[in-house]
Design a protein around this ligand. Sequence first.
Ligand SMILES: CCCCCCCCCCCCCCCCCCCCCC(=O)SCCNC(=O)CCNC(=O)[C@H](O)C(C)(C)COP(=O)(O)OP(=O)(O)OC[C@H]1O[C@@H](n2cnc3c(N)ncnc32)[C@H](O)[C@@H]1OP(=O)(O)O
Ligand SMILES: Cc1cc2nc3c(=O)[nH]c(=O)nc-3n(C[C@H](O)[C@H](O)[C@H](O)COP(=O)(O)OP(=O)(O)OC[C@H]3O[C@@H](n4cnc5c(N)ncnc54)[C@H](O)[C@@H]3O)c2cc1C
Length: 624
Amino acid sequence: MKVAWAGSRHAVEVADRMACLVASDPVFRKDTRTMLSRKELFKDTLKKAAHAWKRTVELHLTEEEANLLRLYIDQPGYVDLHWVMFVPAIKGQGTEEQQKKWLTMAYKFQIIGTYAQTELGHGSNVQGLETTATFDPSTDEFIMHSPTLTSSKWWPGGLGKTSTHAVVYARLITEGKDYGIHGFIMQLRSLDDHSPLPGITIGDIGGKFGSGAYNSMDNGVMRLDHVRIPRDQMLMRLAQVTREGKYVHSDVPKQLLYGTMVYVRQTIVADASRALSRAVCIAVRYGAIRKQFGSKAGGPETQVLNYKTQQSRLFPFLASAYAFRFVGQWLKWLYTDVTQKLESKDFSTLPEAHACTAGLKSVTTSATADAIEECQKLCGGHGYLNSSGLPELFAVNLPACTYEGDNVVLLLQVARFLMKTVSQVASGKQPVGTTAYMGNIQHLMQCKSVVNTVEDWLNPAAIKEVFEARALRMAVNCAQNISKAPSQEEGFSELSPDLVEAAVAHVQLIIVTKFIEKLQEDILGHGVKEQLQKLCGIYALHLIHNERLGKLYAQVRPNAVALVDAFDYTDHYLGSALGRYDGDVYSALYKEAWKDPLNETVVPDGYQEHLRPLLKQQLKLSRL
Ligand SMILES: CCCCCCCCCCCCCCCCCCCCCC(=O)SCCNC(=O)CCNC(=O)[C@H](O)C(C)(C)COP(=O)(O)OP(=O)(O)OC[C@H]1O[C@@H](n2cnc3c(N)ncnc32)[C@H](O)[C@@H]1OP(=O)(O)O
Ligand SMILES: Cc1cc2nc3c(=O)[nH]c(=O)nc-3n(C[C@H](O)[C@H](O)[C@H](O)COP(=O)(O)OP(=O)(O)OC[C@H]3O[C@@H](n4cnc5c(N)ncnc54)[C@H](O)[C@@H]3O)c2cc1C
């Protein structure tokens, strides 16, 4: 099962090696992280990042190994933005010459970069950004400026205190005309003493949700006061400004400006499955250790994992973790395929890639945030302790519902794509890729489910048809209602809640389909495929048919712990007293409690000033 989860034997081996490297290095300790002040936490993050880079160079780690090292260090920091957004933005939007110049420095960490798009006034509406980049032909420079308070850059990770450079998104103005949003490379801080360059005001935006967690990241604010940069620092793959100030657009679609976001949305699906699997791992393992109540005859107490209510709340998450993992692996393939096509100037699959990444990012991150919260409840009181690992896991993953595109905004993008496809089908065009099922419209609009018995629900063809019919009928229903509205735009706006539901149904169909396709592959290992079939059934059915699942849960229960062991997480990475591999939960909880700064002294600080006088006064009163 570890191989099925990781994707290959090689993937298991590399992941194990990197996880152990991190777990055995004292610099990467994280067990007291939630007790650090913001300043201490930030410094700890800088230390870990520098040490990780040192180890990467010393051990000559490959890119795959270095990525895993960062992942198992498990502490958000500027390196995420540098590798996941700054470097890809230059790769996707820079010319070959620009890539050579900037990436050479970025790959060696001679510069640290971030992705400065969002502003105080606008995040979702990228076209509404206000920062300006005005070309001055007299000096061959762009003047970068924040004209209003709301145009202050706000949120970019690593911007607050660390980044020396950024890809800054701004409205390009030349020859008096506004050509909309484009990307520019800017140096922000001196490479000698790290002070901000003239005209740049920069800082951290302040503490965030949860202790520890995302507070390790210095999300930043930046204002620009007529800062000049050379013309060749505009990223010029999509469009150019000539020496004379003429705007020239390349023959590539302008949506490639959004390419970095497509790339990152795809990686976020993998992050979501990992976060969900960690929460499930903690809740399942702990559920096997925790006992509560017993038989009336005085027999042994019951493991809480044996309660049917516990199973019906928890096993759909276990199934979802596997489902998201497999769809994430497929999405990575799709992204690579689209990138190769783009290189040979075939842009035909771009809309589908956008819809798939946007939709899957939304559905998997929302489900994950909800599931982590529910896993806390599934662990009872102890789940609420920082030492359970769950509060931090929740706080770190909750913003994934917002960053890289608010989930509702992204689902509305999927809905638009679906409405377009429905109208194309109506005019006789055959849909392809993940919307190919819509071509089967005659059948799917009328068919009745072939399911008669409980067992029938486990037939992959039956499940797939149910999901196809559900998604298509919801989409067609929306399209018909939109066509009755006074205008397309009004109809879309009025029906947006239904459109979001139709988009979710389409995305869930993709997830179910990819799980079923996974089961058609060669899967090694005795009983592995059978367990995955059950999980696939649970994932699909819990979305539409919760009542009939009890029987499947009973079949999964004997292997539940093994199914989370297959995630192959070290105790260091899981970071949870409840989810420990050896099950020694109570000693771990007890030991963790004594690490709290409050326990450094037996009598707490503040006793003399505030507690003692109060108690003495009570004593006096009681004597009265
Ligand atoms: C070797 C060393 C190794 C070292 C180790 C390294 C370790 C590495 C380890 C890795 C660990 C991972 C860690 C992860 C950390 C993550 C951190 C995350 C941080 C978060 C960053 C952010 O948070 S960063 C900001 C994101 N901010 C948004 O996300 C804005 C959303 N807002 C929009 O995205 C647009 O505003 C919105 C709504 C589309 C409207 O766009 P709009 O105004 O242009 O209007 P329309 O809707 O009309 O769109 C016009 C037409 O464009 C089409 N289209 C739209 N988008 C398209 C697209 N993307 N691709 C193609 N087509 C697209 C659309 O479908 C229309 O097509 P059509 O015309 O044919 O219908
Ligand atoms: C932890 C974190 C890290 C981030 N890192 C970065 C970074 O590195 N670089 C960067 O540039 N940005 C970053 N961001 C910013 C992030 O990308 C934006 O917050 C995100 O795109 C959402 O935009 P918003 O904040 O403007 O939300 P808003 O759009 O203001 O959302 C508010 C509400 O309005 C709703 N809404 C908005 N538009 C519509 C619509 N058309 N129809 C229906 N409902 C709508 C949303 O659903 C939401 O409920 C980060 C954000 C967070 C939280």
